[in-house]
Structure formats: structure tokens, C-alpha cells
Ligand binder design. Structure first.
Ligand code: HAM
Length: 449
């Protein structure tokens, strides 16, 4: 057992794990960019006050914070929203509106490590600032749906549960719950599926709510959980509700948008700053924790001393997603392969190293093995293996085992160079296979055998 191991709740990424993480992050990036979102980043360490003022109470209790050598109280970022709000507020006048940004920061929360929750994670953040229309919500949700699709997930795997705090507030008022009790109700609804009704009721009773009010609340929420039917939605929302309008705009961007979205009055979100639409995505079998979550937060910029500007966004961690994709066998299982693995069988390491240099200049990747035997290449991930012999070169395609002899390394190089010039791009694996199939290039022994 080695003397040191990674800290509890923190992950090592061995190359096979890193390949999975890279697949996740690259998919997020590609989808966000396809909607014109611009990538940004901020420091991982911020002033402790930023979170004290702006994150929910639960998050503040989970901060990795300390006093630095200059006596400043600082914290590792537990979420990206306060940082991005700080950045946007600072340049608000100069930025073209709406501001549509994304980022994939590593975040740190001192949580009890458990399935789906660790002490660090990478979180895809997509936010729109300066757009009060529901088109902003629709764009954020469209990114989420397109990313789900790109990962190979379908609406039978995942559902985005959407609600609206404004609507919930109206319902709470209409059944007689005082505004002062709203945060208590939010806290209970946020854990509605993770704790029993009796525990939820106890919490509300100890917060001063009568049994009758609690019964009315539960009855109301239960009726409008996981609503798919239009009639029920219209009964609750009417024709002109923001949710209906948002779904209309979401359908403009993604096919079959309704299949991915469920209206669910129990969604409130734990964080304090949301003011309107709120949403969370879950796997349909509810085997895992929430996959992602977000909503509208129209007052946070102003509360942080910035302009009065609307905002909407979401955060999506890599931990639950990776568990889900693993479960559905939707993650790459192979390490990324080097294009060419090169060894020299006649003892000259320089031959293979100089050949590799030429290969790289064509835009392909190349690794050399030092031992002069092909089996030292086994276990390495390469699409092709090149063996430099004294009179010829063997070229083997790893996947098929197809192997040919070509006269000398320079012939292979000049043919690959020709491909590059003709097509204006680096040669691909299929170009190499085509070369292997050209009998006119094959090595003929001096004896003509
Ligand atoms: P959040 O709900 O705290 O929201 O986190 C969003 C997502 O981050 C969760 O759904 C989950 O995927 C992941 N996550 C959170 N904590 C952990 C953890 N300890 N381990 C693994 N994954 C975790 C926010 O952070 C908001 N700032 C999102 C947002 C952006 N709202 C508007 N813009």
C-alpha cells in the first residue's frame, strides 16, 4: 500500500478515467459552442465573503475556506455563479448583450462523499445575462437536451423537471402560507423525494405551520408533480404562462422538446438566489442523484453591487453523469490511440525516432518503442505499428491485423505527404489502409519471392 493516497472525496484520473472525463467535457464544450456561448474561466480561490453573501446557507456550510498568509479569508469555489456574476457585473457596460457564456470549472464542496456527490467535481455552467425573455431559458434547456442526445441518452433515460418559484409563491400564498415561511417550504420541497412525508411534515410543524396547511400544501404539490398532460398544465398555468411560452421556444430549437420535459411543482432548488423558472434533471429510474440544475436569478447581479440585470443559467456536474453513462455503457472504453507506433528491428533507435519526427510533421501522432522487438509494442494503443527492418518496413493495422511490407521508410513518408498535399489535411487511418492495399508499393525481395 503506497504511503499517500488521494484525499477522501477527491479523484485521481488515470488515463482511462481521463479519457472518459475528456469525452464528457468535450461534448459539453461542443454543444455550448454550437449555440454561440463563449467560454470563460475565473480563479478557483475567491474571497469568502462572495459566497457568504450569495450562495445558499447549505453551500456556505460546505466551503473549503481558510485565512491566507496575508490574513484574508478565502474559499475554494463551491459553485461558479458568484464568480461569473462578479465578472459580468465588472464589465457590464462594455459587454454585448445578452451575455451568453459557458465554463467547465472544477468545484470544491466539503460534502459527505456518497454516490453522485464528492468533494470535488467538474461542473458545466451555461448562463445568459441581460435577457428577461423565456428565450434565454429555452436556450439553456436546449443546450442540456442537445448534450443529453450527444451522450446517447433519450427521454426514457432522463427527464428535465421544470417549475417556477413565482408560480409556487402564488400557490403558497393562495393556500394561506405566509411569505416568511417560504424558505422553510422551499427547504422541505427540495428534499421532497429524499425524505419521507412524515419527516417533511415534522419540519414544517416545527417551523410553525398548522397540520391543515401542511395537508393542503402536500395535496397541491402532489397533484402537480411530473405533469405531462396539457389539460392539467392549463388548469394550473393558464394559456399565457412563461412555462408554456418557454416550451414553445424550446420546440423551435430541439425536436420533440415535450418528450424531454416534465412540469414538477416540487422543484424549487436549494440555492437561495433563484427568482423564477427552476429546473433539475433526473434519470427516469431515480437510481442517481440530480444530474443538473439551474434557473432564473434576476436579482443576483444587483445584490452583488452590479447592474439590475436578469440572468438564467444552469450547472451540470460530471459525477452523476459519468455514473449514468457508465451504467448505460455509453462511455468510451478505449484509451485514445496513437496513430503510429514505430520500432526499429535492426538496432538503430535513431531510425525510428527520426521517422517519427517526419510522421508528426504530417499532423499524425507517433510514438517510438526502444526495444527492437515488435512485442514491446503490445499493450500500447496505436492504430498502426511500423517496424523498420534493414531492407523493408512492416506496416500493420492493429484492428484488422492486416500487415504489408513496403520497401523503405521514405516511400511511406512520401506517399503520406502526397495524400496531405492532395487533400490539404493530415492523412487519416483510411488513407493509410488504402496505401497498404496498393500492391505497386509492396516490397519485393531481391530474389523476387
Ligand atoms: P447545484 O444544484 O448546487 O447548482 O449544482 C449543480 C449540479 O452540480 C448538480 O446537479 C450536480 O450535478 C453537481 N454537483 C453539485 N454538488 C456536487 C458534488 N458535491 N459532487 C458532485 N457533483 C455535484 C449550482 O451549483 C448552481 N450554481 C448552478 C447554476 C449555474 N445556476 C445558475 N447558473
Amino acid at each position: 500500500m503506497p504511503k499517500f493516497q488521494s484525499l477522501k472525496g477527491f479523484r485521481d484520473f488515470y488515463p482511462e478515467d481521463f479519457a472518459k472525463r475528456a469525452h464528457v467535457v468535450e461534448t459539453w464544450r461542443r454543444v455550448a459552442k454550437s449555440y454561440g456561448f463563449l467560454e470563460y474561466d475565473a480563479p478557483p480561490l475567491e474571497s469568502l465573503d462572495l459566497y457568504r453573501q450569495k450562495s445558499g446557507e447549505e453551500l456556505v456550510g460546505q466551503l473549503y475556506s481558510f485565512t491566507d498568509k496575508g490574513g484574508r479569508e478565502v474559499a475554494l469555489r463551491p459553485e461558479m455563479t458568484p464568480s461569473v456574476v462578479r465578472m459580468v457585473a465588472e464589465r457590464w457596460q462594455a459587454l454585448p448583450k445578452p451575455v451568453r457564456w459557458f465554463s467547465v470549472p472544477q468545484l470544491f464542496r466539503y460534502e459527505r462523499p456518497q454516490a453522485g456527490r464528492l468533494r470535488e467535481h467538474f461542473q458545466f455552467n451555461v448562463d445568459v445575462f441581460g435577457d428577461s425573455s423565456v428565450i434565454a431559458e429555452a436556450d439553456v434547456l436546449a443546450v442540456v437536451i442537445d448534450a443529453f442526445r450527444s451522450f446517447g441518452l433519450t427521454p426514457s433515460d432522463v427527464q428535465i423537471h421544470v417549475s417556477d418559484r413565482r408560480l409556487l409563491n402564488r400557490i403558497l400564498s393562495s393556500i394561506g402560507i405566509a411569505e416568511a415561511s417560504f424558505p422553510l417550504v422551499y427547504g422541505v420541497l427540495d428534499k421532497f423525494d429524499r425524505q419521507s412525508r412524515s419527516v417533511s411534515a415534522e419540519k414544517l410543524v416545527s417551523g410553525g405551520l398548522s397540520g391543515e396547511l401542511i395537508e393542503r400544501l402536500f395535496e397541491r404539490v402532489e397533484k402537480f408533480r411530473t405533469v405531462k398532460s396539457s389539460e392539467l398544465l392549463h388548469e394550473l398555468l393558464g394559456e399565457s404562462d412563461p412555462f408554456i411560452a418557454m416550451m414553445y421556444h424550446l420546440s423551435e430549437s430541439v425536436d420533440n422538446a415535450r418528450e424531454w420535459v416534465t412540469f414538477d411543482l416540487a422543484i424549487v432548488r436549494g440555492l437561495g438566489y433563484y427568482t423564477g423558472t427552476v429546473f433539475e434533471a433526473f434519470d427516469t429510474q431515480r437510481k442517481f442523484r440530480a444530474i443538473c440544475g439551474g434557473g432564473r436569478y434576476d436579482t443576483l447581479l444587483e445584490n452583488l453591487g452590479g447592474p439590475s440585470a436578469p440572468a438564467v443559467g444552469m450547472g451540470w456536474g460530471d459525477v452523476v453523469l459519468t455514473e449514468l453513462l457508465d451504467d448505460r455503457k455509453l462511455l468510451p472504453s478505449n484509451l485514445p490511440a496513437t496513430d503510429l507506433l514505430i520500432f526499429s528491428a535492426h538496432g538503430s533507435i535513431s531510425d525510428s525516432r527520426m521517422f517519427a519526427k517526419e510522421i508528426r510533421s504530417l499532423g499524425l501522432s507517433a510514438e517510438t518503442v526502444h526495444a527492437g522487438k515488435s512485442h514491446s509494442a503490445s499493450g500500447k494503443h496505436a492504430k498502426f505499428v511500423v517496424g523498420i527492418m534493414s531492407d523493408w518496413v512492416t506496416l500493420t493495422e492493429s484492428a484488422s491485423g492486416l500487415s504489408v511490407r513496403l520497401p523503405y521508410p521514405n516511400l511511406l513518408l512520401s506517399e503520406l505527404r502526397t495524400v496531405m498535399i492532395e487533400h490539404g489535411r493530415p492523412p487519416t487511418g483510411s488513407d493509410i489502409v488504402q496505401l497498404m492495399n496498393r500492391k505497386d508499393l509492396h516490397w519485393k525481395s531481391p530474389a523476387g519471392i
